[in-house]
Write a protein that binds this ligand. Structure first.
Ligand code: ADP
Length: 413
């Protein structure tokens, strides 16, 4: 797919550039050709009207030497050559042949060719002797040689340009496709992981349903174990689906969360209190280090979701009798939320990857604790939406610290 896309991009680029160049160079050629034609026409007209060239007694001004490619002859009514310009280098046979051929042409201006050499001619009748015809010739050979050289140069430049553009476009297309390729691969992996994650709860629901259906006479109460399993998997699936939906929406920037000013310290305290019970049941000490009143401009719901994810992980990965602490630090430019625990910690090689979708350090343990590996990627998306950043420091066996830094966009007093 990417190969053909790259080729298409490259060819389109080359074709467009080639066409632009072709138009430009054709323009240059036509302008040059017409320029030459106009110039020769002007010179021929001036020679035709200049009666003094070796003939008229009225002309007194000196004449500049005539370009050897321009010359003229005067012929009488029967075609005898009476006179010619002083710069004539051709033999008299050649001149007679030229005059003969020109006389056969009815037009006053045109082209004739002798021995493969093309001449432009212009016939003009003398003002003094109406029986005399002046024919001005222009040897177009040097001009056509110049135009041929120009054409060869233009074609060479055109070919080199097309080749260079092709190579440059190939290189650019390769570079331009790198992020597209990466995001495509990510998307593919995401869909594969999502289907894989959904397959397990669906299979569990299916088997449990079959068990219930196989014992139709039994009461609901006696089948409560299987029904509870179905319910738990259903809850897990709907959480998974809503997490996936959140990430898909945040990827496409479909809806940006409405931002408002709210008391961040209060929101953190509220979230903390919802974890009190579970911490007590696990004998985990939950320390509240939120002392400063802090108003923050952001999306309250999402910030609450972010703190919930970090606290939920802290509880999940901290053994009984451990400690969890949440702090809030406000400075001139930033607001920092710190969630630390004395849990199992995260090995260094995993630290960078834990924000990737579906990434779990220990897959078997994480799925036992209900983890899908989406929590931290959602947290990351929320932080990015608020133009913040997150840092993790962790020591295996000692604990982890997640530090969220949000810009203090509106500074409150
Ligand atoms: P999960 O739903 O599996 O918790 P997350 O995206 O929230 O997914 O976390 C990714 C992984 O990072 C987890 O599987 C876990 O291995 C590790 N992790 C996250 N938070 C902590 C923590 N506080 N202590 C130890 N490991 C953690």
């Amino acid at each position: 797919m990417f190969r053909s896309l790259r080729l298409k991009l490259t060819l389109t680029n080359t074709a467009v550039t080639g066409l632009i160049f072709l138009l430009l160079l054709t323009g240059v050629y036509i302008v040059m050709q017409q320029g030459f034609q106009r110039q020769s026409e002007r010179i021929m007209n001036s020679i035709a009207s200049d009666e003094g060239l070796g003939y008229s007694p009225y002309i007194t001004r000196p004449h500049r030497p005539l370009d050897p490619n321009y010359f003229f002859v005067r012929v009488d009514s029967v075609g005898n050559i009476i006179d010619n310009s002083p710069n004539l280098t051709n033999t008299s046979e050649e001149i007679y042949a030229l005059v003969d051929k020109t006389m056969q042409v009815e037009k006053d201006m045109g082209y004739i060719s002798i021995d493969g050499v093309s001449f432009r001619f212009l016939k003009s009748y003398s003002n003094f002797r109406k029986d005399l015809l002046k024919i001005v010739f222009y040897n177009t050979q040097p001009e056509s040689q110049m135009l041929t050289r120009l054409l060869v140069t233009i074609i060479t430049i055109g070919l080199v340009t097309v080749l260079t553009t092709f190579l440059a476009s190939l290189f650019m297309a390769n570079r331009a496709l790198i992020p597209v390729k990466k995001s495509w691969e990510r998307q593919k992996a995401f869909v594969a992981d999502a289907s894989h994650e959904l397959r397990t709860p669906l299979a569990v629901v299916q088997t449990n349903l079959e068990l219930v259906m196989g014992n139709k006479e039994d009461t609901i109460e006696s089948q409560l174990y299987w029904l509870d399993n179905i319910k738990a998997e259903n809850i897990r699936m709907s959480k998974l689906v809503s997490d996936l939906l959140f990430l898909a929406r945040s990827d496409s920037h479909e809806v940006s969360a409405p931002m408002n000013e709210f008391p961040l310290d209060v929101v953190i305290k509220e979230t903390l209190s919802s974890f009190k019970l579970i911490c007590e049941s696990k004998n985990i000490e939950l320390k509240d280090n939120v002392y400063t009143e802090t108003n923050y401009y952001g999306n309250e719901g999402r910030i609450k979701q972010l703190i919930t994810i970090l606290l939920d992980n802290a509880v999940k990965y901290t053994a009984p009798y451990g400690k969890i602490a949440v702090g809030l630090i406000k400075s001139e430019d930033n607001i920092e939320i710190k969630v630390s625990d004395t849990g199992e910690g995260i090995p260094k090689e995993h630290l960078e990857k834990i924000f990737e979708r579906f990434y779990r350090v220990d897959t078997s343990r994480a799925s036992k604790s209900g983890g899908t590996g989406l929590g931290l990627s959602i947290a990351d998306a929320i932080i990015k939406e608020h133009n913040g950043r997150i840092n993790v420091t962790s020591d295996v066996g000692k604990g982890s610290e997640f530090l969220v830094t949000l810009p203090n966009k509106r500074k409150y007093h």
